[in-house]
Design a protein around this ligand. Structure first.
Ligand SMILES: [Zn+2]
Length: 360
């Protein structure tokens, strides 16, 4: 379902990333591509072949740069000769209206670099939120290409990560392999929290099959995104009921409490060990048998935790198993009547997202 891509080879010149931020030119290119304008200028030609991961960027066209995603701290800290620093995009591509910010830009090196200089937003924070939205469909370390179009409408929040209201990622715009991923924030009937939905009423984030929480705000960390972090994090308010996803026996509670906070460990009937960390309250005792669906705890923010969430971890034979693989995932789909409400409610957002691009 995703376009195959061949990543560009790594470079030993990290400062080149900065030379790649030719936002002004690139923005024009991206918009032109989106508007279907023709490009006779070879320097601005879009990649005609999906196997070519580098598109036109006049400043760096001959120089392959790695596509970097996630923590850009190494990049930001790299010694960059002043002469190599391209001007920041500043208001280019960004528009503010009533507390909501709209940004569109063309990828040159990384999502984070694309967001650099966007209003007062931390590029890393906006990049993390944006990337997380599409993480179920796109591995930005693999699927990002120069020339991809990034659009996001968000609210800046004091002391919190930006709240994305709408986002779109257009992979290789204007080419035969163009792929568009769109997400609108919307609360479905019966849901406790808003989620993100694509225009056809499909939920953008996937869910675990029989996961530990019936409802939660968002999965904020996937195992594959942070190999040093051994589980999945579900952002959810304090006191959210935590269910035993499968039948099993409580093998431990509250070990290593300084790090884990209140915690419960279950051994499922298939031998898989499941850990539930940072709980506010444990409701089971060591040795207790639990049926699938039993409420074993209330979620919390105890131990080494920076905000209310549940850390869920699964292990087999002493090795961490990705809960995504162990449980499998599903994607919810809105019913037809909900789809029309969703489309009504997000019409303005959709128009703004598209309008912003069309104007330029
Ligand atoms: Zn965690």
């Amino acid at each position: 379902m995703l376009p195959e891509s061949v990543p560009t080879p790594p470079t030993n010149k990290p400062w080149l990333l900065f030379g790649a931020i030719g936002v002004s030119l690139a923005l024009n290119l991206g918009l032109a591509l989106r508007l279907g304008m023709s490009h006779s200028d070879s320097a601005e030609a879009a990649p005609a072949d999906a196997s070519v991961a580098t598109a036109a960027a006049p400043a760096v066209a001959a120089d392959p740069s790695p596509i970097v995603i996630g923590s850009d701290t190494t990049v930001s800290n790299a010694p960059v000769p002043a002469a190599e620093i391209a001007p920041l995009p500043e208001p280019l591509g960004a528009a503010a209206q009533a507390g909501t910010h709209l940004y569109s830009g063309v990828v040159q090196s990384s999502i984070s670099a694309t967001f650099t200089g966007v209003l007062d937003t931390s590029p890393a924070a906006l990049s993390a939120v944006y990337t997380r939205l599409f993480a179920w469909d796109l591995d930005m370390r693999r699927d990002l290409h120069r020339g991809d179009l990034v659009e996001v409408m968000y609210e800046q929040r004091e002391g919190q990560e930006p709240l994305v209201l709408a986002a779109r990622f257009t992979s290789q715009p204007g080419t035969a392999t163009e792929q568009v991923y769109t997400a609108f924030r919307w609360q479905a009937p019966g849901d406790r929290f808003p989620s993100y939905w694509s225009p056809d009423g499909t939920e953008v984030p996937k869910r675990l099959v029989s996961g530990p929480l019936a409802d939660y705000e968002q999965i904020t960390s996937l195992l594959k995104d942070r190999p040093t972090h051994e589980g999945m994090d579900f952002k959810t308010p304090m006191g959210t009921p935590v269910e035993a996803p499968r039948a099993g026996v409580v093998t431990r509670v509250n070990w290593n409490q300084a790090a884990n906070g209140n915690c419960v460990e279950l051994r499922y009937q298939d031998g898989v060990i499941a850990k539930f960390l940072h709980l506010n309250e444990n409701l089971v005792k060591e040795g207790q048998a639990v049926a699938a669906g039993t409420i074993i705890a209330k979620s919390g923010n105890t131990g080494h935790s920076t905000g209310p969430h549940l850390h869920y971890q699964t292990e087999r034979g002493g090795k961490v198993v990705d809960p995504v693989d162990y449980h499998g995932t599903l994607r919810r789909q809105l019913q037809p009547d909900a789809i029309s409400r969703f489309q009504n409610d997000t019409r303005t957002l959709a128009a703004q997202l598209t309008g912003q691009v069309a104007q330029r």
